[in-house]
Design a protein around this ligand. Structure first.
Ligand code: N01
Length: 536
């Protein structure tokens, strides 16, 4: 994929990022007859699924749900092989989509957007790249992903480490063979929980450095059941409609009872049934798990019993019990044999709460109590989520005001898609939208469709620019906060709260009102002639 766009310095839209969001946005813009350029830092398309190649990487949302709905031919013809698709299969799918819809010719790879500056006189954005290119566009659409800025803790001595180190979100394309190695994995979030059982199967010894234990539900992954596939495909339109109207962007069996109103036996049966089914639906076992601490405690108790029943060494089991935040308020993990991995003779769990890492040394790392000799270190330490990739670009709106300055106290947006002071700039699945609390593809399609409709409206009505008003933005931010604080989410030190990045403002960033409710709100805004926006 070479750069064939030397001539296109002026386009209708620049899209930043060629993952699911950027590619679908490009497809929609093309459909409107607009010219667009997509810039992508990677050597290939795929975004998250291009970078996150760590062992065991797969999607926690089931494959029949986690796919585009915009083309019926595509969704009928594509065949997923497993209940949960693996990273290579998802990347293959994205590449198939790029080819099928002839998207590559507008994508410039290996090019990072460094700055985007708005010119009030022309209502256009000047977008600059690290290759020295400058493009003028009426619209600038950020499709930079919510979890794309890998976060390696700042250990001053890391460069003196004699072995090799990796971050799960930036994994070598040739893969890593851990055979015979002494490996340290730092972190126990979703990425670690997927990779640990596989690394343990290869390594001579695996040391897991855990700061906060996580709740993880078994995936029960399996080859995709052909009867299930047939039944979904026979009713795919309806299946997708239900997903769009749902709370999280895929249909989860709902239970409208409170965990506290049923008998202990019934509660246990319900939890057991969800555990056996596997996957993210666990947090919907009862209606109040994410709003009542007492209800949540019953689910945590169930988990604790499960962990104790799987992990043979009682001391290790105790260290693995998540205790200090409610279940689900850090992203629930989905695993294959995670807890059982700690029964292996070649796996050691280290509790960083009692003995924090003091330094990376040339031979490994040192905690307060002990030194560990390591050949390889895997940082499964997460991302500067939701705002990191947006703030990595020097975005300057009206009056030259930078987004960094505007968001110094935390992100502020209208509907998570537009920002006051930054006309004609859109953020796909930005902070303030359901984004990471949903099936990302459903949310991506909704945002890209909404943006495309908005652009078409502006064209049809002779408008040059659209900008969220400060008032509408303030009301939305307040609403996002209020809804967030009705739940238990703010009680956890999670990346949803920005808590994983030292110095990052503590704000619950995603909108938890639900995908269906949010879609209605966005549609209403559009129907009312883009209420809360100023059109020029
Ligand atoms: O990152 P994380 P992730 N010293 O931030 C620890 C999505 N995802 O890459 O909890 C020691 O969740 C940190 O500890 P603590 C999914 O939405 C999806 O695993 O901050 N430890 C934590 O244990 C997910 O939530 C899928 O105390 C340090 C871990 O590192 C999101 O991506 C798969 C540390 C980071 O966990 C991010 O997941 C994978 C330090 N200095 C990911 N800094 C699927 O759909 C951090 N930690 C399958």
């Amino acid at each position: 994929m070479t750069n064939t766009h030397e001539q296109k310095r002026t386009v209708d839209a620049v899209v930043v990022g060629a993952g699911f969001a950027g590619l679908y946005m490009l497809h929609r813009l093309r459909g409107l007859g607009l010219t667009a350029r997509v810039f992508e830092a990677g050597k290939g398309v795929g975004g998250t699924w291009y970078w996150n190649r760590y062992p065991g990487a797969r999607c926690d949302v089931e494959s029949m749900d986690y796919s585009f709905s915009f083309s019926d031919d595509l969704q009928q013809e594509w065949r997923w092989t497993e209940r949960y698709a693996s990273q290579p299969e998802i990347l293959k799918y994205i590449n198939h989509v790029a080819d099928r819809f002839d998207l590559r010719r507008d994508v410039t790879l290996e090019t990072r957007v460094t700055a985007a500056v708005f010119d009030e006189a022309t209502s256009r954005w000047t977008v600059r790249t690290d290759r020295g290119e400058e493009v003028s566009a009426q619209f600038c659409i950020m499709a930079t992903g919510c979890l794309s800025t890998a976060q390696v803790p700042k250990y001053p001595d890391l460069e003196r480490f004699k072995g090799k180190w990796y971050h799960t979100g930036n994994w070598p394309h040739e893969g890593v063979d851990f055979t015979g190695q002494r490996v340290g994995v730092i972190g126990t979030g979703s990425s670690a929980i997927q990779s640990i059982p596989i690394i343990a199967g290869q390594a001579a010894h695996l040391f897991v450095f855990q700061r906060t234990p996580n709740f993880s539900v078994p995936a029960h992954n399996a080859p995709l059941d052909p009867d299930y596939e047939r039944s979904v495909k026979a009713n795919y339109a309806d299946f997708r409609r239900q997903a769009r109207e749902s709370r999280v962007g895929f249909v989860v069996e709902r239970n409208d009872k409170s965990a506290l109103e049923v008998s202990p036996d019934e509660r246990e049966r319900e939890y057991e049934a969800r555990w056996r089914r596997g996957g993210l639906g666990f947090s919907s076992t009862f209606t109040d798990l994410l709003i009542s601490k007492d209800a949540n405690d019953t689910a945590a108790d169930f988990f604790h019993a499960k962990i104790r029943s799987i992990v043979r060494d009682p001391a290790v089991a105790e260290t693995l019990l998540p205790r200090h935040y409610p279940l689900g308020t850090k992203r629930l993990c989905v695993d294959t044999d995670y807890y059982a991995t700690f029964n292996r003779g070649n796996v050691t769990l280290i509790d960083l709460k009692t003995s924090p890492i003091e330094a990376i040394t040339p031979d490994g790392l040192r905690t307060r109590d002990q030194s560990y000799a390591l050949d390889r270190i895997v940082f499964a330490t997460g991302f500067d989520a939701m705002t990191g990739a947006l703030l990595a670009v020097d975005i300057r709106g009206r009056g030259g005001r930078s987004l960094k300055e505007k968001w110094a106290e935390g992100p502020r947006s209208y509907l998570g898609v537009a920002i006051a002071g930054f006309p004609n700039l859109f953020t796909i699945t930005g902070p303030g939208s359901p984004s990471v609390l949903s099936n990302m593809i459903v949310s991506i399609e909704q945002h890209a469709d909404w943006i495309a409709d908005c652009v078409e409206y502006l064209r049809n009505n002779g408008c040059m620019a659209i900008e969220a008003t400060v008032e509408a933005e303030a009301q939305w931010v307040q609403h996002v906060n209020e809804v967030g604080h009705l739940t238990l989410y703010p009680q956890a030190n999670s990346w949803y709260m920005g808590a994983n990045i030292p110095g990052k403002p503590r704000i619950f960033m995603p909108y938890i009102g639900g995908v269906g409710v949010y879609r209605q709100k966005c549609d209403e805004v559009a129907m009312k002639g883009y209420e809360g926006f100023r059109l020029k």
